[in-house]
Design a protein around this ligand. Structure first.
Ligand code: ADP
Ligand code: MG
Length: 389
């Protein structure tokens, strides 16, 4: 889609005239460090060149109008600055509305409304954070349109706050941070306990990052997510009786092994083990990458998958099939589930010369086992949000 096509559509939908501007914000893929962001651990995501585009024009009144080219059937959704509260009838527009609400709460009041046309090329609901991308896009637009003084990091925090409180999704900070702070050819090594971060270069000369979309999303995803959060919270409380810690992310594997007896329940012990080990794996993975040891990096990705499958139990047969088939393809350095789980996507690092075989073997096996067509994207690491026109 070209910007001109979006602008043309904007005029068709909202009428012509006025100052029309266009912005972009990226989606993200998490290379390693899954379900650690609400456990005080590290994550290692990167922004993608895939993302969400928005064409905007300020209006003369307090009215807000939203239209998405990905959800054309929903038509124009209307709201007003005078009533910033969630409304199921507004469907997807509750995301941008939530960001307006979060800014407003912090004293950043939009004095005029706007028309916003959206189009995104992230497969939605697949674990590549189309929602965070839409939120960060909105936050960036608000800053630039109204001249609010806020850094990208602040935008990420407000977007997470709005997704938590306005949209009722109890997500951690990773998705919004990765979108708002994206840097071309770099992944972001983020300590979610302190928000300290470091960019690690990911210059893959002979390999590609491949995202494979299972095209399934099991309904368990939200309830299980909240269950896992609770299980980890309880496990942390139990561990605190044995050791003075604030988060699971503070523990080394050895420390965890020494005090894990404080968690009486076997399931909770497995959940906490994943949170601790996954965090340590992420730290080691970044070290491996810095030493250009992609083999070790890939091995840690594989271990991450096994832990998410067996200890955290957030995988599903479709995703296991994609990952386990990928492991058998020659030239695959690592492959794992990415995102919240129960469907969505896998992420793999694959030698350039093996990409074709990877695509053929993985998709054929998936079709054979589940009679479904998966999708493969060779992705590039892109920068953060920006104004395009
Ligand atoms: P993910 O963030 O993993 O893609 P979510 O379920 O968190 O999945 O977010 C997907 C939702 O975000 C969509 O159902 C829709 O409400 C909203 N969304 C994302 N991209 C767009 C878009 N281009 N246009 C309208 N809504 C979008
Ligand atoms: Mg999301």
């Amino acid at each position: 889609m070209k910007i001109q096509e979006m602008e043309k559509k904007f005029r068709e939908i909202f009428g012509s005239g006025g100052d029309i501007r266009t912005w972009f914000a990226p989606g993200r893929v998490n290379l390693i460090g899954e379900h650690t962001d609400y456990n005080g651990g590290h994550v290692f995501p990167c922004a993608l060149t895939l993302g969400t585009f928005g064409v905007v024009r300020k209006s003369m009144d307090h009215n807000l109008r939203f239209f998405s080219m990905n959800f054309e059937k929903k038509g124009i959704m209307e709201a007003t600055l005078d009533e910033l509260k969630p409304d199921p009838a507004l469907s997807w527009a509750n995301y941008p509305l939530g960001v307006l609400w979060a800014f407003d709460e912090k004293g950043m009041h939009a004095d005029y409304g706007f028309d916003l046309l959206i189009w995104g090329n992230i497969p939605s609901g697949s674990g590549l954070s189309s929602s965070a991308s839409l939120e960060v896009l909105t936050g960036t637009i608000l800053r630039d349109l109204y001249g609010f003084e806020i850094e990208n990091e602040g935008i990420a925090l407000l977007c997470q706050h709005s997704e938590n409180e306005f949209n009722g999704m109890n997500c951690g900070i990773m998705d919004q941070f990765a979108s708002a702070m994206g840097k071309k050819d770099h992944a972001i090594f983020l300590d979610t306990a302190t928000l300290k971060y470091e960019y690690a270069p990911v210059f893959l000369k002979d390999q590609k990052i491949i995202v494979t979309n299972s095209k399934v999303k099991h309904s368990l995803v939200n309830s299980a997510y909240n269950d896992r959060r609770k299980e980890c919270e309880t496990a942390l409380k139990e561990l605190k009786k044995a050791m003075n810690i604030k988060t699971l992310g503070e523990l080394t594997n050895e420390e965890f092994e020494n005090i894990k007896g404080a968690i009486p329940d076997g399931i909770r012990r497995k959940r906490a083990k994943h949170a601790v080990y996954e965090n340590q794996r992420t730290i080691r993975a970044v070290q491996a990458l810095k030493q250009n040891d992609l083999k070790a990096f890939g091995q840690l990705m594989n271990e991450s998958h096994i832990s998410l499958r067996d200890d955290y139990e957030v995988s599903c047969p479709e995703i296991d099939c994609l990952v386990e088939t990928a492991w058998r393809v020659k030239g695959v350095l690592g492959s794992r589930i990415t995102g919240g789980g129960f469907g969505g996507c896998t992420v793999s690092i694959v030698e350039n010369k093996a990409v074709k075989e990877f695509e053929r073997i993985v998709l054929e096996e998936y079709k054979k086992r589940f009679d479904k067509d998966g999708e493969i994207y060779v992705v590039d690491i892109g920068g953060g949000p920006e104004r395009l026109a």
